[in-house]
Design a protein around this ligand. Sequence first.
Ligand code: NDP
Length: 564
Amino acid sequence: MAFKLTYATMFNPPEELHKGFDGAVAKLKQNLGKEYGMIINGKDVFADDKWEDHSPVNTDWVLARLQKGNATHAAQAIAAARAAFPKWSHTPWQERVKLVRKAASLIEQRIFDLGAAMALEVGKNRMESLGDVQETADLMYYSAKMVEENNGFVKPMGKDPLVGYDATNVSVLRPYGVWLVVSPFNFPFALTGGPTGAALVAGNTVVIKPATDTAWIVRLYAECLRDAGFPEGVVNFVTGPGSTLGQALVDSKEVDGATFTGSFDVGMKMYRDFAQRNYVRPVILELGGKNPAIVSRHADLSDAATGILRSAFGLQGQKCSAASRVLVEEPVYEDLIGRLKEATEKLVIGDPTERATYLGPVINQSSYNDFKNFTEEINQGGGKFLTGGHVKTGGIFDKGYYCEPTFVTDLPFEHRLWQYEMFLPITTIGKVGNLDEALKIANNVNYGLTAGFYGSQAEVEMFFDRIEAGVTYANRPQGATTGAWPGFQPFGGWKGSGASGKNGGGLYYVQLYMHEQIRTLVKPASNGKSAAAKKKAASKPVKKTIKKTATRKTTKKTARKTRR
Ligand code: NDP
């Protein structure tokens, strides 16, 4: 069977994948530091201010020079998207499907070059990097497939029930207009490409604003769309600080809908700011997580240890789906933590482009400082380090932001870090007396993104039923809480983790980018009468109905009056 790259199959890839990736890294390293524009109305646009994008792997490496866009660029990008909307939204959905598929296929063709850039800019290991790129293509294919399978969301409804009419009723989903996509640093490709693909295939035009830390790789995504041949203005790409450029986009009254993926605080601010208009506009929020992995006394501990390790430290714990809390039933606690310690100590930390590396650096200086502060706080709060607890120093480690994979035990459940999303390779482990207690603790957070369970079949049903999360896994060694794939595990959160209640890469996602219009058409009668006669005939029963209703209402009113 041919190999299909997903987050669940990436652990033992074929040799060609390694070769392709190694070749692309070598080539890319010869060509770093180029200047990239924004893309507005199909043209490269350069700002007066620029910034240098340094790699977290080695901060001496300048990956790219990028534009510090401002409110004027925000307005230009929105105006271009607005101007392109009428034509794009009236382009037959079959054409839009074709173009989105073409772009997805281009992404697949460029997977090694894009994966290499991803590893250098985000610090993801090679398989995670390639996974992010392939996931993007699959998210785009999936939205295209949904539109096609639903006939462009043009669907006949029931017949008009009014006597005397022959009418058709058709439900049509139509695009909103200009759609803003704001994406985070950790899955810069998939979380830009998933929403963008859905918005485009639905008929919206798009303005993309990537995270500052990962603007280069998203520029390479925008190039895939440009090269696929989207008309000018349909996709626009602007770069610059969230607090200025991003805020200007959010504050614009010319944006008709938005998808924001990022932290809870920024997302909630955006939600509130976005409400400042004369009517409600759709905003899809995908926010943080504090995801629990629960291990019962009946669990297969080998699977549990493998799945927890992968989900705690994949991408250095900087996944919204990371297993940041582990709750273990007392009888198997010692056994499980022993396994976790042994396996964690074997993980290789280093340059993420190297084949053996599991953990690369964290994203930036601020996250690196956070790691030092959190570990200090844990120390003072009574937590013990089962593994890690320090940043890495010496050699290459002094050039980038490297932190040890850290499991914490004995931190009291009342400590704030059991609730707070640290977004680093730090996972707290707690001992519980039974599964009731585990579920109570698991659900007692603001978030509800992903959750994992290891235990018996009967316990699994109870877990699925009671856990408050949008993505749930049981007995999964590939990842306790991570590794969703479009079309298999649609991804989205409950509570403070998401706003739409529908998961990306799933059956109900692309519809979020469209509003419904019902089209009722009364057909001309076909019995040979003149148009005027038909009109007269058709209007008669209506008059009667209105009269009757009025009479009934009047009678009721009179009756009530009489009773009083
Ligand atoms: P941030 O919230 O810091 O930033 C997200 C995006 O918002 C960035 O592009 C940022 O730009 C932009 N931004 C910042 N301020 C504003 C503003 N005032 N107006 C408009 N845009 C703004 O998140 P991170 O990039 O640090 O990503 C990590 C977070 O994302 C975690 O909380 C994680 O859980 C969450 N996440 C959720 C996912 C989900 O599916 N639920 C998936 C992946 C991540 P800039 O970088 O320039 O500041």
